[in-house]
Ligand binder design. Structure first.
Ligand SMILES: NC(=O)c1ccc[n+]([C@@H]2O[C@H](COP(=O)([O-])OP(=O)(O)OC[C@H]3O[C@@H](n4cnc5c(N)ncnc54)[C@H](O)[C@@H]3O)[C@@H](O)[C@H]2O)c1
Length: 333
């Protein structure tokens, strides 16, 4: 059994799975640890006493503290040293820096940090360096790297099943760092390193410091990617369309649905090709948390590589930070 500490007991820590139905795929850290079966959440940290009590009862956690300092003091009093194999950092993003630093003092084997690592690139780089220096693995929850549909598309694009990628369009909202980092990470996973060509006006749709930023990017093969932004106040938006030689593949509803159209001879205009009717398939998005936790288990026990780690997260954040800079500093545009 791997012993786990969860820092921050809100939605992604376990709240989204509070009423999970038997047999449903887990959507949270606690839900996925429980479903995997080889993890035991020993302790949680949550300053909100009511939330802490509910979280402990829901996930059967024996110990809870209001802060990591309180946990550390209790640990010193009890004379025990490192007692956690895995530490989940699920607190608000602005607290990730101090919580990862505190987590490192507890000497776990792996830290599973929510995205983005930090809103500040330099601090995120510092955390990745600290984890490397201390030999602690860092998994970052860019969860689509654990989505089988995404892995399949990556393989298909790589082996040329769709022919050339002509162009890519993406739509997102709720912040370039908060949600855009998911999109940039996913695009870099599928298309390799991206460079920013141009950015549009920032849209402050959920935060004054993290606007959504429209942009044009390019990969190393010269394929252009156009990112447009909706407003987070309307609805959640996270979709992508790959226009390829052999058809169009669209990831919709954040990955809950995939839509494909294949190029075929036109029934209406002889000598032309057109796109077929849309084929909709259910996505494997809900497998991502379970797959992440399985990957984490194998990383700790067998030394497996992590599909999403500090380095891949930093590569995404670097692009996001450039987009943020170009968009909010008109002189940089
Ligand atoms: N990977 C994803 O798709 C995904 C989805 C949702 C959220 N997130 C990320 O997860 C993180 C948390 O988001 P959330 O939606 O669960 O937020 P949330 O507000 O539901 O949960 C955060 C919890 O942290 C607690 N907290 C506050 N101060 C704390 C402290 N000093 N020590 C410990 N806990 C503290 C809060 O009381 C709250 O219970 C964010 O970084 C967010 O970007 C990622």
């Amino acid at each position: 059994m791997l012993k786990v500490l969860v820092i921050g007991c809100g939605n992604i820590a376990g709240g989204f799975d509070a009423d999970i139905k038997a047999g449903a795929m887990p959507r949270t850290h606690a839900g996925a640890y429980a479903a995997q079966g080889q993890f035991s959440i020993q302790t949680c940290v949550e300053p909100d006493a009511d939330k802490r009590v509910v979280f402990m009862a829901r996930w059967g956690i024996p110990k809870g503290y209001e802060s990591v300092e309180q946990l550390s003091a209790a640990t010193v009093d009890a004379g025990s040293s490192s007692q956690f194999d895995v530490i989940s950092v699920c607190s608000p993003t602005q607290l990730h820096y101090e919580h990862v630093v505190q987590a490192l003092r507890l000497s776990p084997k792996l830290i599973f940090c929510e995205k983005p690592i930090c809103n500040d690139l330099t601090r995120a780089q510092d955390l990745v360096q600290r984890c490397n220096d201390q030999g602690v693995k860092l998994a970052v929850n860019h969860n689509r790297r654990w989505d089988p549909n995404v892995r399949q598309l990556r393989d298909q694009l790589k082996t040329g099943q769709w022919g050339q990628i002509r162009t890519v369009m993406g739509q997102y909202n709720k912040g370039v760092l908060n949600n855009g980092s998911h999109m940039i990470d996913l695009l870099q996973d599928l298309m390799g390193p991206l460079a920013v060509i141009d950015c549009g006006e920032p849209c402050f749709d959920y935060s004054t410091s993290d606007p959504s930023v429209p942009a044009v990017l390019v990969n190393e093969h010269g394929v252009h990617i156009t990112l447009s932004c909706g407003h987070a106040g309307d609805y959640s938006l996270f979709e992508m369309q790959f226009v390829t030689q052999r058809g169009v593949i669209a990831m919709e509803d954040g990955g809950l649905t995939w839509r494909t159209r294949l190029a075929a001879p036109s029934q209406q205009f002889s000598g032309y090709h057109e796109l077929s009717q849309s084929q909709f398939t259910a996505g494997s998005y809900f497998q991502t948390m379970a797959n992440a936790v399985e990957n984490i288990y194998r990383a700790v026990t067998d030394g497996d590589a992590l599909a999403s780690d500090g380095e891949s997260a930093l590569r995404a954040q670097l692009v996001c930070q450039q987009m943020l800079h170009q968009s909010t500093q008109p002189s940089a545009r």
